[in-house]
Design a protein around this ligand. Structure first.
Ligand SMILES: [Zn+2]
Length: 278
C-alpha cells in the first residue's frame, strides 16, 4: 500500500480515518488514530485533543517518537500520546496505530475472556491477542496510559502482535498502513461483537491457527483493504452530507464527450494523475 506522498495528503487521510472509524461506532468521544509521518519515520501525526469524529486536517500535529509536539500549540493535546509513540519506537514496520474503547471490546478487557477470531474477517486479529494488565508493572493507577514507561510497557505487551487488550480500559491496534489499520480496527471490533453473540447461542470455537493465517492474509490483500476503505469513506461522506457519488463523475463524462468528438486534432496524451492512497 503506497504511503501518501505529501504531508498535506497525510493530514487529510489521517483526519478522515479518525472520522471513519468513529462513524463505524468504534471510537466515540475518546480514542485516537495516528500514522507515522510520510517522510520522517522518527515522527508521527496525531490530532489535537478532540473527539475523533470531529478531527479535521488542520487539527493534525507532528510529534517525535517521545511524543513531544514539534511546534507547540495553545490547544490541548491527547493525554495518551505515549501509546502511539512507544509502539512506533518498538515496531519499525508499524505505520499506523489506533487506540479505542469500543463497546464490543470492553467486555473482554473487563472479564479477561480471550478474544479470538471467530469468523473470516476477524482473522485480522492475528494468531494471538495479548492482554496487558497495568497493575503488573505499575500497581493502582488512573488506568490512563500517559507516562512514557507505561506506553513502553504496553508496547512490550503488544510484542510482535497486532492488537493488545488493556485491562478495564480498551484496545490498541497496529497496522503496516493506515488502510490496513482501519480494516483491522473495525473488523476486530466486529469480531468481538460476533464472539459475544455466538457465545450466547452456545459453544464457540475459534478459527484454526492455519485458517487464521490464511484468512488473515487473504483479507489484507490490497483489493479487499481498498474496497473496505472506500465503503467506510463513502459512508462517512453520506453521514457528513458530502457524498456526490450519485452524480456522474466529472472524469467519466469528460471521457464520454471526448469519445464522441471526431478525431480531428491529435492532442498529446494527458499525464495520468497519481493515485491517492484511499
Ligand atoms: Zn484510552
Amino acid at each position: 500500500m503506497p504511503v501518501p506522498l505529501t504531508l498535506n495528503q497525510a493530514k487529510e487521510v489521517i483526519a478522515r480515518a479518525n472520522r471513519m472509524i468513529a462513524n463505524e461506532g468504534v471510537l466515540d468521544a475518546f480514542g485516537h488514530v495516528t500514522m507515522r509521518h510520510p517522510t520522517d519515520p522518527n515522527r508521527y501525526l496525531m490530532s489535537r485533543s478532540r473527539g475523533p469524529e470531529l478531527v479535521q486536517p488542520e487539527d493534525i500535529q507532528e510529534f517525535t517518537l517521545d511524543s513531544q509536539i514539534i511546534k507547540p500549540i495553545e490547544a490541548r493535546l491527547y493525554g495518551e500520546r505515549v501509546i502511539h509513540g512507544e509502539i512506533y519506537k518498538a515496531r519499525p514496520e508499524v505505520n499506523a496505530v489506533c487506540h479505542h474503547h469500543a463497546p464490543s471490546i470492553l467486555p473482554f478487557c473487563i472479564s479477561g475472556m480471550e478474544l479470538k477470531p471467530v469468523y473470516h474477517l476477524g482473522a485480522t486479529l492475528g494468531p494471538a491477542v495479548p492482554f496487558w494488565d497495568s497493575r503488573d508493572d505499575f500497581g493502582d493507577t488512573t488506568l490512563i496510559v500517559a507516562k512514557p514507561e507505561e506506553g513502553a510497557s504496553l508496547a512490550k505487551a503488544l510484542g510482535p502482535n497486532w492488537i493488545v487488550l488493556m485491562r478495564r480500559h480498551g484496545a490498541t491496534v497496529a497496522g503496516t498502513s493506515l488502510e490496513e489499520l482501519t480494516f483491522r480496527t473495525i473488523y476486530t471490533a466486529r469480531n468481538a461483537a460476533m464472539q459475544i453473540e455466538a457465545h450466547n447461542l452456545g459453544h464457540v470455537s475459534p478459527l484454526t491457527a492455519a485458517e487464521t493465517e490464511l484468512a488473515g492474509e487473504y483479507n489484507l490483500r490490497p483489493g479487499p483493504v481498498a474496497r473496505a476503505w472506500e465503503y467506510w469513506s463513502v459512508r462517512l461522506d453520506k453521514a457528513e452530507g458530502t457524498w456526490s457519488g450519485a452524480k456522474p463523475k466529472v472524469g467519466a463524462s469528460k471521457r464520454k464527450a471526448a469519445a464522441k468528438k471526431p478525431a480531428a486534432k491529435k492532442s498529446a496524451p494527458k499525464k495520468k494523475k497519481s493515485k491517492r492512497t484511499r
